[in-house]
Write a protein that binds this ligand. Structure first.
Ligand code: NAD
Length: 419
């Protein structure tokens, strides 16, 4: 038995599905490992005049459906195992939502908070120099991920264009607007989650004003999910960040909470109902309390593994929309299923970001600006269709949504390989 790891868990999942789909050994062999994984040194000139070596990775898992696609993360815990696993998950995600992309992921072992802006720029340009021959608009298109942002993409696309000898905005997505970045890209993942919420509403007949939500994580994904859900009339009773959260029985106003947090630097005390923030409304809660709260829908939108075998029995929500990557462990999934809790898997629920990246890629290639409404409309269509297929298969085969999503995603990649 090999050592247990994130990547070996992904391989295990793949093998189970492959045996059910009766995939031949050659296809399984191809999908079990990335097509290519490179590990390289990035020499970076530091502000003190010295050179420091960082380690970078790029894993290109599969390109049967189109160019490899996936973010680049900067984090001290980046490892080859993690990057390989995430690149495989990108293959499934792009396949499931019908994008002409394969899967990739990249990373650098670094704590970016310890670097100055200039050092961060040198590192980002250095990364591109190392992977330049392997990436490009029709080969492999990187994007932001943990601790990387539009500014870093701007340095990267500029470096790529210099090496190429011509401006090539379609080589990266998640860029600033003035470099062919997409309007609405930053809201796209949260917006996509609410598309899924509305699909559940169609099936289960939720009355938004009577349906309560608790959202863990109030960063890019969580706060945008909250904003769009509130606009659709849903009652958000709890939100949180790493330090803890707030509970407002009356239902809170996410826009006001965002403004309040901007002023105070934290969510605590931002009990905002309508346009008023007042401590007579709410109370402070811990993340543990939020997850185990008596609500209709729970939205983990922060970090991985927050619903595990330790708390799965205590979850009271009837539905979970997994906006973070990997918030529910495999053991917890089993417990939730036995308890009749419906969980929409991460690689469907949070796919709005990569769908928007696809639109940005088209925009950058065709040099035709997409309007935000057009982006949101296209996104709702792609995610809505993917959800409907997953739902139909889960009903027909009496399996959970995660399994149905894997079956559809992997089958499509396997067919493309055969062709
Ligand atoms: P972010 O950094 O903007 O926000 C993260 C939020 O989670 C913050 O509010 C932070 O305080 C909170 N948080 C951090 N640690 C926590 C903890 N231990 N307990 C509770 N809260 C905690 O990040 P984001 O872009 O919103 O991403 C959130 C999740 O969604 C991640 O899992 C990410 O991989 C996933 N995701 C993001 C995108 C995207 O487009 N941004 C796309 C797909 C998936």
């Amino acid at each position: 038995m090999g050592q247990k790891s994130f990547f070996s868990d992904c391989q295990k999942q793949l093998r189970e599905i492959a045996s059910q789909l009766k995939l031949g050994p050659e296809i399984l062999q191809e999908l079990e490992e990335p097509h290519r994984i490179i590990k390289f040194q990035i020499p970076v000139l530091m502000d003190n005049g010295e050179k420091k070596i960082f380690f970078g990775f790029r894993s290109q898992h599969n390109n049967a459906l189109g160019p490899y696609k996936g973010g680049i993360r900067y984090h001290p815990n980046v490892s080859e195992d993690e990057i390989k696993a995430l690149s495989m998950l990108m293959t499934w995600k792009c396949s499931l939502v019908g994008l002409p992309f394969g899967g990739a992921k990249g990373g650098v072992i670094v704590n970016p908070k310890e670097l100055t802006q200039k050092e961060l720029e040198n590192l980002s340009r250095g990364y591109v120099k190392e992977v330049f021959p392997l990436i490009g608009p029709e080969k492999d298109i990187p994007a932001p991920d943990v601790n990387t942002d539009p500014q870093i993409m701007a340095w990267m696309v500029d470096e790529y264009s210099k090496l190429k000898g011509k401006e090539t905005p379609a080589a990266f997505t998640g860029k600033p607007l003035e470099m062919w970045g997409l309007e609405g890209r930053s809201e796209a993942t949260g917006y996509g989650g609410v598309v899924i919420l509305k699909k559940l509403q169609e099936i289960f007949g939720f009355k938004p004003e009577k349906t309560t939500l608790a959202i863990q994580g109030f960063g890019n994904v969580g706060s945008n999910f909250a904003r769009f859900a509130a606009l659709s009339g849903y009652k958000i009773v709890a939100v949180s960040e790493a330090e803890g959260g707030i509970y407002v029985e009356e239902g809170l106003n996410p826009e006001e909470v965002l403004r309040c947090r901007e002023r105070k630097g934290k969510i605590a005390g931002c009990y905002c109902v309508g346009s008023v923030c007042d401590s007579s409304y709410g109370r402070q809660i811990t993340n543990k309390e939020l997850l185990e709260m008596e609500v209709d829908i729970l939205v983990p939108a922060a970090v991985e593994n927050v619903i595990s075998k330790d708390n799965a029995q205590k979850i009271k929500a009837k539905y979970i929309i997994e906006m973070a990557n990997g918030p529910v462990t495999p053991e917890a999934q089993e417990i939730l299923e036995k308890r009749g809790i419906i969980s929409v898997p991460d690689f469907l629920a949070n796919a709005g970001g990569v769908v928007a990246s696809y639109f940005e890629w088209l925009q950058s290639k065709e040099k035709r600006r997409w309007k935000k409404e057009e982006t949101f409309k296209g996104l709702a269509k792609k995610l809505g269709q993917a959800f409907e297929k997953v739902w139909a298969l889960s009903q027909r085969e009496k399996i959970n949504l995660r399994k149905a999503a894997y079956l559809l995603a992997i089958e499509k990649v396997a067919k493309a390989i055969k062709k």
